[in-house]
Design a protein around this ligand. Sequence first.
Ligand SMILES: Nc1ncnc2c1ncn2[C@@H]1O[C@H](COP(=O)(O)OP(=O)(O)OP(=O)(O)O)[C@@H](O)[C@H]1O
Ligand SMILES: [Mg+2]
Ligand SMILES: [Zn+2]
Length: 287
Amino acid sequence: MPAEFFAGLFLKKLIEPKGAFIVGHDKKKRMDIPEDKVGNGITNNILKIVGVMSGKGGVGKSSVTALTAIELKRQGYRVGVLDADLTGPSIPSIFGVTAIPEKIEIGILPVKTKSNIIMMSMNLLLENPEDPVLWRGPVLSTVIKQFWDDVIWADLDYLLIDLPPGTGDIPLTVLQVIPVDEVLVVTGPQDATNLIVRKSIKMLEKLQIPIAGVVENMAYMQCEGCSERIEPFGESYAEAMAFESGLNVLASLAIDPKLISLINQGQTEEYQGMNMELIKEVAEAIK
Ligand SMILES: Nc1ncnc2c1ncn2[C@@H]1O[C@H](COP(=O)(O)OP(=O)(O)OP(=O)(O)O)[C@@H](O)[C@H]1O
Ligand SMILES: [Mg+2]
Ligand SMILES: [Zn+2]
């Protein structure tokens, strides 16, 4: 395969092959794949694929994706994260990962986080992490397809997909190209947010993709002293929105300054705190 691999417009040079036919994350095993079968997701043996979606930007899709992955990993599952937010990827910085994916004969090996979560993101492929991706929809769709077809996800229990905000081209491509089993819908407490999030719920209903439930993020702060609950955005509308759509709020995550600082340092896998207790319900719901 040529260096101009992803969408025919290659970016940062992928690490050159160390050896052919080496597949697998924990145990490197030999996989003999006929040439004509290469590049259609044949190397992916995944028990469950879960998308994380929200019509709204900045509600915490990437953070919820990361925390759910971290919880499942702590429980001993084999977990991967596909960062489908091609133009605003934040998964590598959340995990503090800058490794370059390695290309081998049968595809691209994803990278690993500190706790061995398998990961692929557009930002790992850019020459400079601050470079913008100035590609139009059809090219972005091709990259999404390659993130599934050509990336060697190998054997995983869960693959979580962090979707970009909205109901546009990329979410649609992800839901049509990748065999997504279920989707988690992330929302915030505000009415205006929930109005937009309902668009993604309707999109999923149209595509007949099951929704595992709603995750409300950044609804309140809990005082460390007296555990009083402070609601900076006022009363939450998430429960009512979920109810109207026949869904459950699986968890209401708190605004936690400790989480913000770990995310900023790329040390999210170190996080301990009440949100990790709450995210257990989310992990259970997608099992
Ligand atoms: N529970 C939380 N407590 C504190 N900070 C949080 C929490 N959840 C998310 N954040 C912070 O809020 C910001 C937005 O979160 P995040 O990037 O996960 O949202 P997003 O929905 O993925 O955004 P985008 O639409 O840009 O992809 C980040 O800076 C993150 O660190
Ligand atoms: Mg995001
Ligand atoms: Zn207090």
